[in-house]
Design a protein around this ligand. Structure first.
Ligand code: F6P
Length: 503
């Protein structure tokens, strides 16, 4: 059955309830609040405010069965070549646990443990050298995960190492990161799976020169030869592996910045949280499986309701980078329009994922979410336990979180159209008991599995990203043009280059 056939049944279910106000869907079903919620470890998730009723849910879980969610998860965890276009597995789950007995998963798990031993060695070495600051140079999957985890979890008062991130090829970024750092007490980690990424190689060269010698220069890569050719001593190259996708790699040696910021025990706790979610997702049938719910709701919003964007709204300053992280995870994974066999998908795939932290965003784009013509489903993320010293602020934060979920869903009538709130905006609430390495690991793992299960419904490969290649190739061709050594072929580019040269 094609994705288009599968989705047709959902559309019929959606048409039946499309005119029913969301608040009525909630009030009409006494057990809905209980039955549309799940708890997994440190996460409580409520889907009660999604535009769904029980018949729609039945259709969605029927879809999960047709798509063989459980079989496809088993294939992922076992190391089958789920990345067909690149003929390799995606074994990020083996980085954090040993849930299946397949040979590929076992071997990957053993390599991951060795990688963690190497990370411990690096940390001890940096300690012995008296290093204070560490600059992590990488981009995309070699940046966003560690950046998120460090921003969320590093002690406010500063830990043993201060970790900085450098991703953008713009020289201002390097200038800003290096300002105030002492080369003699700084180490650089060049993180690149391919060790062929322009931004990382250019920024890495800045760091290599700035450090003055290679004693504190490290690489994390699956291309050790390239890193050695670049000038990183072999004993300071940590392995990364072909069987981990870049955007799924924060659990690997790529997570070294995290371990530096929160300690190796903290890093292990992050992995343990992800592993707890992995076990849940692998073993629970779809109806009691959080990632399956999340994925099916995403498909419902995209394909049955036709909603073209999805907002992530963490009501916790420490999670302010979660939307950035998820943009790559979700949109690089699901931004495809052909099926695994190369035929057109025939239905819409990933919506635009975006967002920002509450409460700041309430004062920027929330107006459009409340009264604009776009309907944007939201993931609200809240943290029950306050760790900051200002208890009153945390209460205000939580009341805003709850208020916005209510306002989006229920709206409010008014005779004055300017002051009416239509409501009917669907939202999922994800509440963490506390923000810890463990709960962050569980949350991110949940999103990873949701992404994979969405790809299963759409029959697309979630693990390649050929879409980003064309721009890189053209940029390489245009570098001599920008340097003034060649002319551009494209007439618009040619005219723009004239303008750039004029300045
Ligand atoms: O943006 C494309 C991409 O290939 C991402 O998938 C990847 O995370 C990023 O570039 C960085 O790649 P690398 O780790 O090889 O430098």
């Amino acid at each position: 059955m094609t994705p288009a056939h599968r989705i047709a049944a959902l559309r019929a279910a959606a048409a039946r309830i499309s005119d029913v106000p969301l608040r009525e869907l909630v009030s009409a079903d006494a057990d809905r609040v209980r039955d549309f919620a799940l708890r997994v470890g440190p996460i409580h998730a409520s889907f009660a405010r999604q535009r769904l009723d029980r018949a729609a849910l039945d259709a969605l879980f029927g879809l999960a069965g047709e798509c063989d969610f459980q079989g496809r998860l088993q294939a992922l965890f076992s190391g089958e070549h789920v990345n067909g276009t690149e003929d390799r597995p995606a074994l990020h789950t083996a980085l954090r646990g040993a849930l299946v007995d397949a040979a590929a998963a076992r071997a990957a798990h053993a390599q991951a443990r060795e990688g963690r031993d190497a990370m411990r060695g690096v940390i001890e070495g940096l300690r012995a050298l008296g290093v204070r600051d560490v600059v992590s140079v990488g981009i995309g999957g070699s940046d966003l995960g560690p950046r998120l985890a460090v921003d969320a979890l590093a002690p406010v008062s500063g830990g043993e190492f201060r970790v900085h991130f450098l991703s953008n090829v713009d020289g201002h970024a390097a200038q800003r990161v290096l300002a105030g750092l002492d080369p003699a007490r700084t180490a650089a980690l060049l993180i690149s799976k391919s060790f062929g990424t322009q931004e990382t190689l250019l920024n890495g060269a800045i760091l290599r020169d700035w450090l003055g010698d290679d004693a504190r220069l490290f690489a994390i890569t699956s291309n050790e030869q390239r890193a050695a050719g670049y000038g990183v001593p072999a004993e300071r190259i940590l392995p990364m592996w072909d069987w981990v996708g870049g955007r799924y790699s924060m659990w690997s040696t790529v997570g070294l910045p995290i371990a530096l910021a929160i300690g190796m025990d903290g890093f292990e706790a992050l992995l343990a949280g992800a592993a707890e979610m992995d076990a849940h997702v692998l073993h629970e049938p779809p109806r009691s499986n959080l990632a399956a719910w999340h994925a099916l709701v995403a498909v419902w919003n995209r394909n049955a309701l036709g909603l073209a964007s999805h907002a992530v709204l963490p009501y916790d300053e420490r999670l302010r980078l979660l939307p950035n992280y998820l943009q790559q995870l979700v949109m690089e994974s699901l931004g495809k329009s052909v099926r695994r066999d190369g035929s057109p998908v025939g239905v819409d795939t990933v919506p635009v994922w975006w967002g920002g932290p509450g409460t700041d965003t309430q004062h920027s784009f929330f107006q459009a979410l409340h009264q604009g013509t776009l309907r944007v489903p939201c993931d609200f993320i809240g943290v029950a336990q306050a760790d900051a010293p200002y208890a009153g602020n945390h209460q205000a934060l939580l009341s805003n979180l709850l208020a916005q979920g209510e306002a989006f869903a229920n709206g409010q009538d008014s005779e004055d159209p300017h002051r009416a709130y239509p409501g009917g905006r669907p939202g999922t609430m994800l509440l963490l008991d506390a923000l810890t390495p463990h709960s962050l690991g569980a949350l991110v793992s949940m999103y990873e599995h949701s992404v994979y299960l969405q790809s299963v419904v759409w029959d697309i490969n979630a693990f390649d990203q050929f879409g980003v290649e064309l721009g890189k190739q053209i940029a390489n061709r245009l570098l001599p043009v920008v340097r003034g050594e060649a002319e551009a072929d494209d007439p618009v580019t040619r005219a723009l280059v004239v303008e750039l040269r004029r300045a």
